[in-house]
Write a protein of this length. Structure first.
Length: 275
């Protein structure tokens, strides 16, 4: 009986996270993938930090028109998300390379990346609307920023502890089943649909974390860097789900403190200080 239980116990173990024994890439190819990640992510961080330094941290959209905001949003997304999603993306793109050549390979790769960024651009539209709304509320009634911050932290905390976060994080941590499912996708626009599908799970995994950019400031580089680390560790560390729950509890604590601690709200505080 003791020996018969071993397979059952082994199957009950949580799946290995992406890039940590998940078997998506050989070690040499994984090293090459991480080199490409650094090659893309570093310039994205440099551009994001340079733009943020010129704009500072302020409530709302900081006067940015929608096209400029979306451009910065996509750049910020690339800087924050690329390290955690790169192993899956590189695996799929390598599969494209094995089955295609020349312009076909290029078009298919662009479709996949475009589908992923399309989802984050759509989420950027929601973020712009939320920032415009909260910025207008703070301009009309500066003290409202404290309660907006509290609601933002509350929503982020509840989302981190909720079932949708758990489902999406499970996908991001163990994507092999989904890669097999993607292999069954049929044309037309197969790679575009794969990018959209994976991007939707990525947004679902990170939506709560991105919500706290409302009180912390959408161009707050320190906040972006901290969130990027949390996203990376949640997806790749063996205890990532435990971290996700811990971060959710921390957000709930911040929701209680926010109405009484203005220093927790740099993204809502500038107008409040000016009054």
């Amino acid at each position: 009986m003791r020996h018969s239980r071993i397979p059952a116990l082994a199957s009950a173990r949580p799946p290995a996270p992406t890039g940590a024994g998940g078997g998506l890439l050989p070690a040499r190819d994984l090293a090459a993938a991480w080199f490409l990640v650094v090659l893309v992510a570093v310039p994205a961080w440099v551009l994001t930090a340079g733009q943020a330094r010129g704009m500072g941290v302020a409530p709302g959209t900081m006067g940015m028109a929608l096209p400029l905001f979306l451009l910065l949003w996509v750049t910020m997304t690339a800087a924050m998300m690329l390290p955690s999603m790169a192993p899956v993306a590189i695996t799929w793109v390598r599969g494209i390379g094995r089955r295609s050549s020349g312009w076909t390979r290029t078009v298919r790769t662009v479709e996949f990346v475009g589908g992923y960024l399309l989802v984050w651009t759509a989420f950027g539209l929601l973020a712009y609307a939320a920032l415009a709304l909260t910025g207008g509320l703070v301009d009309d009634r500066p003290t409202a920023g404290r309660w907006i911050g509290a609601v933002a932290f509350l929503l982020a905390g509840l989302y981190q502890l909720g079932p949708l976060k758990n489902v999406c994080l499970r996908h991001c941590r163990d994507p092999m089943g989904h890669l097999v499912r993607y292999a069954g996708f049929r044309s037309p626009a197969r790679d575009l649909r794969v990018g959209v599908h994976h991007g939707a799970y990525c947004v679902g995994c990170c939506a709560g974390l991105m919500t706290v950019l409302v009180p912390l400031g959408v161009m707050n580089v320190a906040a972006m860097a901290g969130l990027a680390v949390v996203i990376f560790v949640e997806k790749l560390w063996s205890r990532g789900p435990l971290l996700a729950r811990g971060v959710g509890i921390a957000f709930l604590v911040l929701a209680v403190l926010a109405p009484f601690q203005d220093w927790l709200l740099p993204g809502l505080r500038a107008t409040m200080d000016g009054m």
